[in-house]
Ligand binder design. Structure first.
Ligand code: FAD
Length: 419
């Protein structure tokens, strides 16, 4: 027999960064909700494990205390002092991220096994009813919102909710049940992740080295990353637009292992390296056109909303940020009891796109420019010779609005003129 129907304002499907982000801010606003995940925590997620300043901003806004506890745990997190770009011609450009007033680097790395479990452990059970090993069986639209049936280890539960938040990642079941496109958008990418021990050159005398992006000529437009991790480990991976992988029938795994073994810039560093566990792949949903992120009675956040940055592949920051914005929208929709598509667009899509769209558009352009190795070589050669240009580029990485300059021809023209 199904359990009696329980009324609840909000159901969040998925308890990764997007779902936890939504839950933190709903709890702060005192809004009761259910959050379910089909996995039980701790669980892994294929990722580069680089957690940016944007994630830190959202976590600080949720709880300064939580952020401090997380980033003082040096057994499990590794602060990132900066970013090193290696151009196709082998020249490197190192950009320091600087430190905040309290002396912290703005970003860090942590395995998703640890990071996501930490977020999950911080769900506020006073407002969040949490189900692990649970999935949605059906979502039926009715006068009061949604009748949602959930399979839990304790049996089937039935809820009447005003609003459903789809935070269930790249293969979102909520998208599927809403009849939205589930095929990865044209602009999407696929990536591989491997953990290695004993990679050389991850340390500097001051501590962990920069996170590294290598634009190797044999891999373009794909790049290979090497991210120093806690415990002397390295997260190594590659990402490439899905269309290239499909059209050119590229074997990502083979290409990555080839580059590590044979590229002169890498082979020495990987000579004694040992692979830990398996090389795993997963999709990176990005959009280059504005899509609706909500509709009648629902909001999509994180990867379920296709919010990954098309150039850097970064998605944790936007997952947390969209979760925060979704909770703020819900807080405003509840008093008016208005969960219509028009109201949710005004309360969620519009403010979110206002903050993120410029950044996503610039990144899409940069992603296209990365097909032209000469541009990379040119910028990195010049920046290494001109401290002013290096400073400008550093600023561009810290400030997403300044990054727009990369996509303007005037920027390259100026570089040509100012030798
Ligand atoms: C190879 C690779 C490298 C990447 N590197 C980086 C990086 O270095 N930095 C960065 O910021 N981003 C990176 N990303 C992107 C980042 O991993 C995602 O953007 C991020 O995980 C999105 O968070 P999310 O909460 O939206 O989704 P997820 O983290 O995927 O969480 C979704 C949750 O929903 C649950 N779920 C799924 N289906 C159901 C269901 N039917 N019912 C209930 N629950 C369900 C899942 O178990 C999961 O816990 C990378 C991605 C890939 C593939």
């Amino acid at each position: 027999l199904p359990s009696p129907t329980q009324a609840i304002p909000v159901i969040i499907v998925g308890a990764g960064p997007a779902g936890c982000g939504t839950s933190f801010f709903l709890s702060k606003a005192g809004i009761q909700h259910i959050i379910i995940d089909k996995a039980s925590f701790p669980r892994d997620k294929v990722c580069g494990d680089a957690i940016s300043g944007k994630s830190v901003y959202v976590l600080r806004t949720a709880s300064e205390e939580m952020l401090q506890e997380l980033r003082m745990d040096f057994d499990n997190i590794c602060p990132s002092p900066g970013l090193t770009f290696v151009a196709p011609n082998g020249k490197a450009l190192a950009i320091g991220f600087g430190k905040d007033k309290a002396g912290h680097s703005p970003g860090f790395t942590a395995t998703r096994l640890h990071f996501d479990n930490y977020l999950f452990s911080k769900l506020d059970r006073k407002f969040a009813t949490v189900y692990e090993d649970a999935t949605v069986l059906s979502m039926e639209r009715n006068g009061g919102g949604w009748l949602v049936r959930i399979q839990t280890p304790q049996g089937v539960r039935q809820f009447q909710a005003k609003l459903v938040v789809g935070a269930d990642g790249e293969k979102s079941i909520v998208r599927k049940m809403l009849g939205l496109s589930t095929a990865s958008p044209k602009a999407s990418a696929v990536g591989l992740r491997a953990y290695y021990r004993n990679v050389k050159g991850l340390e500097t005398p001051e501590g962990a080295g920069n996170i590294e992006l290598h634009f190797l000529p044999e891999l373009l437009p794909m790049y290979l990353w090497i991210f120093p991790m806690p415990g002397g480990m390295a997260n190594v991976g590659v990402g490439m637009p899905s269309a290239d992988v499909r059209d050119k029938k590229i074997n990502l795994r083979e290409q990555m292992l080839n580059a590590i073994a044979n590229n002169p810039a890498l082979s020495e560093r990987f000579k004694d390296a040992e692979l830990e566990g398996k090389i795993l792949g997963w999709g990176l949903p990005t959009s280059t056109t504005k899509q609706a992120l909500s509709g009648d009675g629902y909001i999509l956040v994180g990867d379920a909303a296709h919010l990954i940055d098309p150039f850097s592949g970064e998605g944790i920051g936007n997952a947390l940020y969209s979760g925060m914005k979704a909770a703020q929208a819900i807080e405003r929709a509840i008093p008016a009891d208005d969960y219509s598509a028009a109201n949710l667009k005004a309360l969620y899509d519009d403010p979110l796109y206002k903050r993120l769209w410029g950044e996503l558009k610039t990144s899409a352009l940069l992603q296209r420019l990365s097909r032209y190795p000469f541009l990379f070589n040119f910028v990195i050669n010049k920046a290494n010779r001109s401290p002013t240009l290096k400073k400008t580029i550093t600023g561009m990485f810290v400030d997403a609005d300044l990054r727009k300059q990369f996509s303007q021809p005037g920027f390259y023209l100026k570089m040509l003129m100012n030798r």
